[in-house]
Design a binder for this molecule. Structure first.
Ligand code: GTP
Ligand code: MG
Length: 205
């Protein structure tokens, strides 16, 4: 049977959650900001590589007024991707808060990934080392810097998750997609251009 996994994107307003999903799904980027309202069901089912793993992406709103909706979506998720903006210190400071929400709802049976997005920007205020250090301190499965604008490391992010997923105890993953809106099945090629992407082996997970 095909194993299905649910991935929830978390993080402050404007850090690039929707843009990361748009990049991996459609390989496009929109510089116009349209805040996600509530939880976005634009989620889709995808295959990673030739592995029979299905991932469903759930986009949440970073805006404060939607915070109360989020815990119930974390509850049956297998992976939480916490995103901050490398040019926005507040979004980095809030990572611990997002992490604690995940742990409260999901305990230890969840992969938690820390993503520093917008690596294409020059006015970086959070260094790679600070991201690594926080991820280690919190016990995240791995840390990665990405850019949804130029695509840097976006495929690697999903590839690394795909590698970790089979090790995850997945007691409810098959039910995770039941009763949800019908999704488009989409093949995602996660083969990466080594010149352009971070070397997976050098990443500390
Ligand atoms: N330069 C740059 N801009 C980005 C990047 N990712 C997203 N943006 C821009 O940042 C703004 C916010 O991006 P979104 O993807 O909507 O952010 P979000 O986290 O989904 O925001 P909420 O839905 O409000 O929680 C948009 O104007 C994007 O174009 C990136 O990697 N680089
Ligand atoms: Mg959004």
């Amino acid at each position: 049977m095909l194993t299905k996994y649910k991935i929830v994107f978390l993080g402050d307003q404007g850090v690039g959650k929707t843009s990361l999903i748009t990049r991996i799904m459609y390989d496009t980027f929109d510089s116009h900001y349209a805040a996600t309202i509530g939880i976005d069901f634009l989620s889709k089912t995808m295959y990673l590589d030739d592995k029979t793993i299905r991932l469903q992406l759930w986009d949440t709103a970073g805006q404060e007024r939607f915070r109360s909706l989020i815990p119930s979506y974390i509850r049956d998720s297998n992976v939480a991707i916490i995103v901050y903006d490398i040019t926005n210190k507040e979004s980095f400071n809030d990572v611990t808060k997002w992490f604690n929400v995940v742990k409260e709802e999901r305990g230890s049976n969840v992969l938690v990934v820390l993503v520093g997005n917008k690596s294409d920007l020059d006015n970086k205020t959070i260094t790679n080392e600070e991201g690594e250090t926080l991820a280690k301190k919190l016990g995240c499965n791995f840390f990665i810097e990405t850019s949804s604008k130029n695509g840097y490391n976006v495929k690697n992010l999903f590839k690394k998750i795909g590698k970790l997923l089979p090790e995850l105890q997945n007691e409810n993953a098959d039910e995770a997609l039941d009763g949800k809106p019908k999704d488009t099945v989409q093949m995602i090629d996660v083969s990466v251009n080594q010149q352009n992407q971070e070397n997976l082996d050098s990443c500390q997970c």
